[in-house]
Structures are given as C-alpha cells and as structure tokens.
Ligand binder design. Structure first.
Ligand code: FES
Ligand SMILES: [Fe+2]
Length: 388
C-alpha cells in the first residue's frame, strides 16, 4: 500500500542537471528534468507512443525528448512534436503524459503524487531549522549529503529512523549506550497545518557512550546526557537532532520507496562543529556506519510490510512516535488515499500510473489518457470495483 496525495521528497535537487533523471517511487517511474528557467518538472517516465523511458532521452527546446522516436513533451505534459509525422499533421490530444506538481526546496525535489487540486493538497513539509531555499542550508551549519539503500519496505525504514529505544542495542558500537537502555518519559509534539498532520517529534535525554576517533579530542571528560530529538514529517521525511557538548548534528532523511521491497534513504546531515570541508569524510563515515548498524535488523523484520492492524504487534510507551506514524497512515487509507500496489503480472501487462491533477480537474482531458491509473488497472484485472 502506498499513500497518495502527499508531497514526497524523491531526489536531491543537485542530481537534476542538464539531463533527465529517473526517479522510481513505489514501482512508478518518474522523469525529473529542468526547464530553461531552472524549475524542475516531474512527469510519468513512460512515453505514450511505445512506452519508451523518457529519462533515457534528452532535454531539447524546453521539452523532454523520448530517446526512441523523438517525441517531445512540454512541462505541462502535452506532446508538442512527433518528428515522424508529415509537417502540418495535428498532434493527437492523447499524446500527453501525467505531470505532477513539483517543488525544489531544502535540497530535495518534492513531488506531489496524487490528483488533488492545489487548494485541497496537504502543505509541503516545513523542515525545522532549514531555510526555504533550493539548498539544504541553515546559518552556522555545514551540510553533507548521501544515500543508503535498504532491502526493506519504506514504512519499516521510516519507523526505524524515529525509534528511540533501539539505540542502546543496535547502536552500542557508535552513539548508543548498552548500559543505559531505559527511556525516560517523553511527550509527543504534534503540529498540524491546514488540518493535516505536519510533524511529530519528541525530545529525550540519552546517556552517551565514550567518544571515539576524531571526536575524542574535543569531547569533555564529563559526559552529560545528550538531548536528542527525533520525529517525522509525513509522508516520508524523518528528523534526528543530536545536541552534543561540542555542537549539534541535524539529519533530515527522505525514505524514498523504490518498491515494496527496496527503499533509498537520501539524507542531508548538518553539523555546527568541525565546519571545515576536511571533516566531511569523517561525518559521512559516521552517518553511513549508523545506517549499516541498522541494516540487518531492519532488513530482518517480518512481516516485511507494516501490519494494517494496530494490534498486530505489541507497542510499549517508548514506541509512541512509531504509533503516531501508524495512526497517520491509517487515517490516509481511511480517507481513500491508499494506492494498491499491482501484482507483478498486472504491472507487466499494464503501464498503470499514479493519477495526476489534470486527470481530475480538466473535463476536456477526460478521455485523453493512454495509460490507466493504478486503480483502473487493478479493477480491470479483477473485473470488480470502480476506477478512482
Ligand atoms: S516510444 Fe517514445 S517516441 Fe516512440
Ligand atoms: Fe538506528
């Protein structure tokens, strides 16, 4: 199950340069490319002619050009050129691809995956402390960027990122203290905006282990508790703030669901100490080490997919952030925003797409779509249900 009608952080803006880029989100291929004015476009990657992958093509004349027969699609998704057609032949109305609202902010490309009109959409997340810029920037911080691939479902990956109680066990080789597994009482901070859940965070004091490596040199002998904040911005970004005596670390991670079984975590890690470029390599190694510590545990969880039923696993007090995530997820499914994942056999036969806003809002285009939506493909396979 995949939640539609939200803004997903799917890629770093810096990855989208002159050439189109493929971004796979929950089995759906998107092409990201820049118009002349620098804005990023996010569209269905499938050319409606013969299903060519547009990300394998080029940006030509403010359009994305399919590598197969050179059809060109503009930023609104309409095809503007079919090179093999004799001059003057009209371009069919159905020569168009789904186009998704797209914003570049905080270093990420955010794509609205759904068909709601602008005024009905949940707002774009506001990442605490970052400037509303196309780069991940905050005064006094040095940022590095990286990614990590998991053979695990994204709900499991996101929950791991906000899980406080695993630290003394899974991370005893880095920042967790195996001798201090108890988690103090904490309150959830839930923020809402325009009627939608905007963020859930919690702050706790964790007992630090002895510092190691480079950090030994500027760590004091005293080891006061480390104030740590963790949480998430629906649908797919998590936050971790660690306030060390020597300064602060702030990590924003987008859990990009490639498929039900593969997730790529794309992270921006900011620090207020060792702000010279010379320490970037060390920061990167420390961050990747933490992901590696988590990897066997997260990839080993069963069932692979998060249970729908809240009573299917046993929750305790320290799991309240993950529970908030599960509640949010159930709410979205209850309002009809869950998108089924098509069985492989169906997906191989039908190039189904996530419906874009133009499908719902423009009656002129009601029959202008070559590929079915996921819901249409699913119902035509089973012969039941009505398309959404
Ligand atoms: S498949 Fe894209 S132009 Fe033919
Ligand atoms: Fe972890």
């Amino acid at each position: 199950m995949f939640i539609k009608n939200h803004w997903y952080a799917v890629e770093f803006g810096s990855e989208v340069a002159a050439e189109p880029v493929l971004a796979r989100v929950h089995g759906h291929d998107l092409v990201l490319w820049r118009s002349h004015d620098g804005t990023v476009n996010a569209q269905s990657d499938l050319c409606v002619h013969r299903g060519g992958s547009l990300a394998g093509g080029k940006v030509v004349g403010n359009c994305v050009q399919c590598p197969y027969h050179g059809w060109r699609y503009g930023a609104d998704g309409a095809c503007v050129e079919i090179p093999a057609n004799r001059h003057g032949l009209p371009i069919p109305r159905k020569a168009r691809i789904d186009t998704y609202p797209c914003v570049e902010r905080y270093g990420f490309v955010w794509v609205f995956l759904g068909d709601l009109a602008a005024e009905q959409r949940p707002p774009l997340p506001v990442l605490d402390g970052l400037e509303e810029h196309t780069e991940a920037k905050a005064a006094g911080y040095r940022a590095i960027f990286g990614e990590f691939t998991w053979n695990a479902n994204y709900d499991r990956v996101l929950e791991n990122a906000v899980d406080i109680a695993h630290t003394p066990f899974v991370h005893s080789g880095s920042f967790g203290n195996a001798e201090q597994p108890e988690i103090e009482e904490f309150d959830l901070q839930e923020e809402r905006k325009d009627g939608f859940l905007a963020s859930v965070t919690a702050t706790v004091d964790l007992e630090p282990p002895r510092p190691s490596g480079l950090w030994k040199f500027i760590s004091s002998k005293e080891r006061p508790p480390v104030s740590t904040t963790t949480g998430f911005y629906p649908p797919n970004v998590s936050l971790l703030i660690v306030r060390l005596p020597m300064g602060e670390i702030r990590i924003f991670t987008a859990a990009v669901p490639r498929s039900e079984h593969v997730t790529v975590s794309k992270f921006a890690m900011l620090r207020t100490f060792f702000t010279g470029g010379w320490a970037d390599k060390n920061s990167m190694q420390r961050t990747i080490k933490i992901f590696r510590e988590d990897q066997p545990t997260v990839e080993g969880q069963r069932p692979e997919l998060l249970p729908f039923d809240l009573s299917a696993e046993l929750h305790v007090k320290s799991d309240s952030i993950q529970l908030a995530y599960r509640r949010w997820r159930s709410e979205q499914i209850n309002r009809g925003w869950g998108l089924e994942v098509l069985p492989d056999e169906t997906a191989m036969r039908a190039a189904a797409v996530i419906p874009s806003p133009a499908r719902a809002s423009d009656p002129e285009l009601a029959n202008a779509w070559v590929f079915p939506t996921v819901a249409e493909a699913a119902s035509s396979q089973t012969g039941t249900g009505s398309p959404q």
